[in-house]
Design a protein. Structure first.
Length: 73
């Protein structure tokens, strides 16, 4: 998965899960559904953070390769 797509998917799941958990708990008064939505939000946050970490590591590797190429010339 592309890291930018992972960031979008993760952030949308996180935001949607939090909103759904709030609405389930406050409006529908359904605690089980609120917990499920909160878990979806946590999974979305994990996806987001994993793709950000992957993006940062790819960026660091590219910078290291650039430094190596500059040092050899």
């Amino acid at each position: 998965m592309d890291t930018k797509a992972g960031q979008w998917i993760g952030s949308l799941m996180f935001a949607g899960g939090l909103v759904a958990a709030f609405l389930s708990g406050q409006v529908a008064k359904d605690g089980g559904q609120a917990v499920t939505c909160f878990i979806v939000a946590i999974v979305g946050l994990i996806i987001y953070l994993a793709s950000v970490g992957r993006s940062l590591s790819e960026h660091a590797r590219e910078a290291e390769r650039d430094d190596d190429q500059r040092g050899r010339r």
